[in-house]
Each structure stands twice: as structure tokens, then as C-alpha cells.
Design a protein around this ligand. Structure first.
Ligand SMILES: *[C@@H]1O[C@H](CO)[C@@H](O)[C@H](O)[C@H]1NC(C)=O
Ligand SMILES: *[C@@H]1O[C@H](CO)[C@@H](O)[C@H](O)[C@H]1NC(C)=O
Length: 480
């Protein structure tokens, strides 16, 4: 560990020299360049020297810059928060609501609820609180399965002088439904529906919740209740109903709903067709998938990346990679860029068939036109770990870093696990330390594996060191 710390100091010195040279030659930076400089400083100095490194950039902070940086470090809660605190001390800068919301989300992700509420109080002092603030907190609590806390957040709004309106009510129901607590959501809806006049959004949220449960009879009940209450289903409601039916294996009934929409003057969108195409793909009905796609085009609805992805997924499932290739060509000639989902569908399919070389080929081809996401990197790194190509996994990691992409907990985990498997405790420790310093808590399983390896190598001291670091993160988040 000592060696690692030493290397970091050298890195820091180099960086400071570079920053000085940079700031004297080029005093005025645009937001993009300034963001890059700040992110670089944060990546190289995530520890105690962060403030110094940030000061040394000489960057003048603006709301845009701060929002960009916070977004970039959204998975690195403590680092984002410490940057946020640093900006407070800068001249002529005060936080935007967006900056507050961004850092609140990041902190909630790592369960730093105390600091999160401190920020809510500070927003109140500045008169910046709004319904969205509470919706974010409800969402994050629900996501962490803290249902009581989510409901508490809704109930406490009034104490903060924010009136809980229909948007907040919908926010609470949505938070509960998205976190698989639809029963609780329905209970609250039944109890409070007289306090608010539910709109199509309210019903859509519950419909979606029951659909995902999955519970088709309850979903149908809500749809009926909605119509009975005189609330017209809109494009979103129809979209969810089509999705619910498709997931329940009733694609033919879903097709009927699409026809009904047309009759009700609610034109189906490419998204709704994408659900049908996707479902036919899953059901190995490739001809139906193709025909639905063509029918959409015949109806004058332009294909977007989502429906192309569904078609690609269907071809992948049917093992028709030549057609996949053709769809990609058609997308290109229609000016529709593939996205990370396109990548993930094709790569995931190839990997599951053991065609790892081709998966890597597709990765190399697609990164020319789209940005990979955390899932893409995680899949590729996992693939190389499983095919015993640890060097390639590390290369992928370095490539991701060179793109300034902040890895997620899962990305860290697959590589740490891969390194442990190969008995490379030193590299695994470096990554574990980096992960903790970014405020990301390792999962028990990942930490346990590394711990076992370290104990086998007689390095209880390192285990203790890492343990203390993790504890520091939770109990005393400021590292200082
Ligand atoms: C960074 O700059 C701020 C004000 O510009 C100052 O208060 C603070 O002490 C500096 N921090 C370090 C570590 O140099
Ligand atoms: C800070 O704001 C004040 C008043 O708005 C302005 O006069 C001053 O030039 C600004 N300072 C800097 C460093 O931008």
C-alpha cells in the first residue's frame, strides 16, 4: 500500500506542474476544457490532496461546469460531495438547484442520508427546495427498499413549506412501483385518492407497477378504473398496456390494443411497435417481428433507434447475424446512430453463444459511432476475465479510463473478481482502494473474495487497512 501511496504523490506532483503550465498559458478556458481539467484533477487526486489539486487548476467555477463534473462523478458519491463543498468556497459562485439535486442523488446512492438531509436544509435556507427535490429522495429511499422513509419524505414535505401536490403524489407512487412495492403503492393510492384528483400519469404508474409485478388481472382492474373515472388513456398508458400484455405472453391481444388506439385517434408510436417487435423476437416469431416492423414503416411511422434495437435483438435471438449487419447498414443510411443498447444487445448475444472474438469485433466497430455505457464495459471485462484473457480485461479497463468513464460498482467488481481468480492480489487491492476512494462501497461478496486471498497470502494487515477505509467511508465520510 505504501508503494501505491507513493506513486500517487508522484502523479500529483506531475499534475500540479502540468496544471501550472497550463493555467499561465491559457487563462480563459471553455466549459468543456475546464470540465476535463477538473475531472482529471479529481481522478488523480481523490484523496486528501483534492482541494489543493482543484485550487491548482485555476479554473473559475460556473454552474455549468459544476453540473457537468457532478454528473460525471454521479457514481462516486463522496468525491462528488467533496468537489461540491470545494466549489462553495469559490468566489462568485452559488449552487444551482440542479447541482444540489445531482449531489443529493449521488449521496443517496451510497446511503449518506444524513449529509443528504443537511443539503435539503441548506436548500431550504436558500429558498431552493421544490417538489422535485422530495421526489428524488423518495425515489432513492424506495430504491434502497426503505419504504417507510420514502413515505416519511412525502409526509414531511409540508414541514419544509412545500405543498404535497399531485406531482409529489405521483412521485411517491412511482418510487414505490419502480422498486417493486406496488402493493404498498396501491394501498396509499386507495387511501389518498380523494385528496388528489388522479390523472392519466397516476393510473399509468400503477398500471406499470402491476404489469411488472407481474399481475395482469390487477393491471386490467386499474385500466378499467381509469376509464370508469373518466380519465382518457393517453399514449403512455397505451404503451404500458401493450407492454404488460406482451410480457404476459398475450401479444395478439396487444395487437388488438394497438388497433383500438388507432381507432381512438391516438397514433401508435415507434416505441409501441418496438414492444411488439421485441416480443415477437423473444417468442422466436422472427417473421412476425419483421412484418410488424415493415407495417410500422408502411403506416408512415419513422423507425428510431429503439425499434431498430428491437429488430436487431430479434435477429440475434434467431442467430441471423447477417441480418443484424444489414439492419446496422440501414440505420447508417437512414442517419440513425446506434446507441449503447445496440452494442449491448449484439455483444450480449454473441457472448452468450461463446462467440467472444466476434463480440470484441462488434465492440471495436460500434465504438466508432456510439458511446459504450457501464453495462458494455462490464460485459466486455467480464468476458475477458472468463476467457482467461486478463491482459485484455485490463486493457479494456484502461480504455474505459482513457474515455474518462467513471466505472460503476459492477464494473469494479467483475475486474476485482477476475484478478482474485488469478491470484493477483496487488492489482485487486489497488482497484479496491480506488473504488472505496470514489465513495463506492464494494459488495460483501467481492470484498470477501479479496479478503480470503489476502489472508491466504498472510496479508491480514492489508485486510485491516482496507476494512478501516471502508468504515471511514460510512461513519466518517470526509476522509480527513
Ligand atoms: C484552496 O483555495 C481556497 C480559496 O481560494 C482556500 O480557502 C483554501 O485554503 C485552498 N485550499 C488548499 C488546500 O490549498
Ligand atoms: C464577481 O461578481 C461581481 C458582481 O457581480 C463582479 O463585479 C466581479 O467582477 C465578479 N468577479 C469575478 C472574479 O468574476
Amino acid at each position: 500500500m505504501l508503494k501505491i501511496c507513493h506513486q500517487r504523490k508522484i502523479l500529483l506532483c506531475k499534475w500540479v506542474l502540468f496544471a501550472k503550465a497550463y493555467s499561465t498559458n491559457q487563462p480563459v478556458l471553455d466549459v468543456g476544457d475546464a470540465t476535463k481539467m477538473v475531472c482529471k484533477a479529481m481522478m488523480s487526486c481523490p484523496g486528501a490532496a483534492l482541494d489543493t489539486a482543484l485550487n491548482q487548476t485555476g479554473v473559475r467555477v460556473s454552474p455549468d461546469l459544476v453540473e457537468n463534473v457532478l454528473k460525471r462523478f454521479e457514481n462516486a458519491g463522496m468525491l462528488a460531495f467533496r468537489f461540491f463543498e470545494w466549489t462553495e468556497k469559490q468566489r462568485n459562485y452559488s449552487h444551482s438547484i440542479r447541482a444540489y439535486h445531482s449531489v443529493i442523488e449521488s449521496l443517496a446512492k451510497i446511503r449518506q442520508y444524513q449529509i443528504m438531509w443537511d443539503l435539503v436544509n441548506s436548500m431550504r435556507k436558500n429558498g431552493m427546495l421544490n417538489v422535485e427535490t422530495f421526489c428524488i429522495i423518495m425515489r432513492k429511499y424506495a430504491r434502497a427498499q426503505k419504504v417507510d422513509e420514502a413515505i416519511y419524505t412525502f409526509n414531511v414535505m409540508e414541514k419544509y413549506d412545500i405543498s404535497p401536490n399531485l406531482a409529489a403524489f405521483n412521485g411517491l407512487l412511482s418510487a414505490l412501483c419502480k422498486s417493486k412495492n406496488v402493493r404498498k403503492a396501491q394501498e396509499i393510492f386507495d387511501k389518498m385518492k380523494d385528496r388528489f384528483v388522479p390523472d392519466s400519469k397516476t393510473y399509468s404508474i400503477l398500471l406499470d407497477g402491476w404489469g411488472k409485478a407481474p399481475n395482469l388481472p390487477k393491471a386490467r382492474d386499474i385500466f378499467r378504473e381509469m376509464v370508469d373515472a373518466g380519465c382518457d388513456p393517453d399514449i403512455v398508458t397505451y404503451g404500458i398496456m401493450v407492454d404488460v400484455l406482451c410480457k404476459a405472453g398475450r401479444v395478439d391481444e396487444a395487437v388488438e390494443v394497438v388497433k383500438e388506439m388507432d381507432a381512438n385517434n391516438c397514433r401508435p408510436t415507434a416505441f409501441i411497435f418496438s414492444v411488439l417487435v421485441h416480443t415477437y423476437g423473444v417468442e422466436n416469431r422472427i417473421e412476425d417481428a419483421i412484418n410488424t416492423f415493415l407495417e410500422m414503416e408502411r403506416n408512415g411511422i419513422k423507425a428510431d433507434v429503439v425499434v431498430y434495437n428491437a429488430l436487431i435483438g430479434a435477429f440475434c435471438k434467431a442467430n441471423r447475424y447477417k441480418n443484424v449487419h444489414r439492419v446496422l447498414q440501414e440505420m447508417e443510411s437512414n442517419g440513425i446512430n446506434p446507441n449503447s443498447r445496440t452494442c449491448n444487445v449484439i455483444i450480449g448475444s454473441l457472448i452468450s453463444q461463446g462467440q467472444t472474438d466476434r463480440a470484441f469485433g462488434v465492440f471495436r466497430q460500434l465504438i466508432k459511432s456510439c458511446e459504450p455505457d457501464a453495462d458494455t464495459y462490464t460485459m466486455m471485462i467480464k468476458m475477458f476475465c472468463e476467457t482467461n484473457e486478463l491482459e485484455m480485461a485490463l486493457k479494456m479497463w484502461r480504455y474505459m479510463k482513457s474515455k474518462r468513464f467513471v466505472p460503476s460498482m459492477h464494473t469494479f467488481s467483475v475486474l476485482i473478481n477476475g484478478l482474485c481468480e488469478k491470484g493477483n492480489a496487488v492489482k485487486a487491492c489497488v482497484l479496491m482502494e480506488e473504488m472505496i476512494e470514489k465513495g463506492i462501497r464494494p459488495s460483501g461478496a467481492t470484498f470477501g473474495r479479496l479478503r480470503q486471498l489476502l489472508i491466504k497470502e498472510g496479508r491480514e494487515d492489508v485486510v485491516k487497512f482496507l476494512h478501516e477505509k471502508i468504515n471511514l467511508l460510512v461513519k466518517e465520510p470526509l476522509f480527513d
